[in-house]
Design a protein around this ligand. Structure first.
Ligand SMILES: NC(=O)c1ccc[n+]([C@@H]2O[C@H](COP(=O)([O-])OP(=O)(O)OC[C@H]3O[C@@H](n4cnc5c(N)ncnc54)[C@H](OP(=O)(O)O)[C@@H]3O)[C@@H](O)[C@H]2O)c1
Length: 279
């Protein structure tokens, strides 16, 4: 699998296509990730919240691949925002993953209504993890423009990425623009709208013309927009399908037609980061 690498603002690189493991049951994770690695994925996106970091670590060990061949992301759980908890939980993450560093570590949610609205001291803890070499790069997830702007004012380090919900039905343009303006790379979660793109007639029409599937066309749309993506599947044939996206191109008109499917806030599938407060 020949996946382009994008350069982050700290000069590290990230494979533009990876594999996500949200909602992969912990007991199935080692097997699923092993299959994904066999298919050729070399970038895995997990989180403390997913409860499956151990399975990811097991798959990496069993794969026989060198640690340096894999780009590994995890994310800080919402219950761990206090700096001491963040540092302690990072040690647990590394132990579960069986590694001495992750390639990317993110604040999973900004939680503006918790911790007195202070995600800046949490960010400072991640900056320290980077300085200690525990995370090669650090970034954020689900940060809205005002959260990025505050980090810009109160911290010297720009997040390497902002991982947010983006798919054809939820373009999330203000957040994409603010992420680019901050100098961070955009990672799109739920890139194929949790499989719902398969039912869309416009995407289906483009897919039929190109002899591709709706998921492939949608992932290609992301790649051409410069997003990093990590679709999740527990089915090996879909893992292969989702990776075969580097041998065709969408026209400008195809790109526009897909972008026009944006339903604004009505297209959101996940929680709104401005109000999400589950710890
Ligand atoms: N930072 C955050 O807050 C956040 C939130 C959500 C997700 N994420 C990350 O983003 C990753 C991807 O997002 P996601 O898992 O929510 O959604 P997704 O990747 O857009 O969609 C996954 C769903 O689509 C199905 N699917 C996969 N390939 C398909 C194909 N080719 N055709 C039709 N259906 C297909 C999967 O089913 P099967 O498994 O049955 O194949 C699964 O139900 C996550 O795994 C996680 O790493 C991050």
């Amino acid at each position: 699998m020949d996946v382009p690498a994008l350069t982050l603002n700290d000069d590290h690189t990230i494979p533009q296509l990876g594999f996500g493991v949200f909602q992969v049951p912990p007991e199935e994770t080692a097997g699923v990730v092993r299959q994904a690695l066999e298919v050729g994925y070399r970038h895995i996106d997990t989180a403390q919240m997913y409860g499956n970091e151990e399975g990811v670590g097991q798959a990496l060990r069993e794969s026989g691949l060198e640690r340096s061949e894999i780009f590994l992301t995890s994310k800080l759980n919402n219950s761990n925002h206090l700096p001491d908890d963040a540092h302690r939980s990072m040690a647990e993450t590394l132990e579960k993953l069986g590694t001495d560093h992750v390639d990317l570590f993110l604040i999973h949610w900004p939680l503006p209504t918790r911790y007195d609205g202070d995600f800046v001291s949490t960010w400072q803890a991640l900056v320290e993890m980077r300085e200690q070499g525990l995370a090669r790069s650090v970034g954020v997830s689900n940060f809205e423009p005002e959260h990025l702007e505050r980090l810009g004012r109160e911290s010297d380090l720009v997040p390497a990425v902002n991982q947010v919900e983006v798919h054809p039905f939820f373009g999330n343009s203000p957040v994409r623009q603010a992420t680019a303006a901050a100098g961070a790379l955009l990672e799109a979660w739920s890139p194929i709208a949790k499989g719902q793109v398969a039912e869309d007639p416009t995407i289906g029409d483009i897919a039929q013309r190109l002899g591709r599937t709706p998921a492939q066309v949608t992932l290609r749309w992301h790649l051409q927009l410069g997003h990093v993506v990590f679709p999740k599947s527990t089915h090996v044939e879909r893992m292969r399908e989702n990776a075969q996206v580097f041998d065709f191109t969408l026209t400008d008109r195809d790109m526009e037609r897909i972008s026009e499917l944006d339903r604004g806030a009505g297209g959101r599938l996940g929680p709104d980061p401005a109000t999400f407060d589950r710890v």
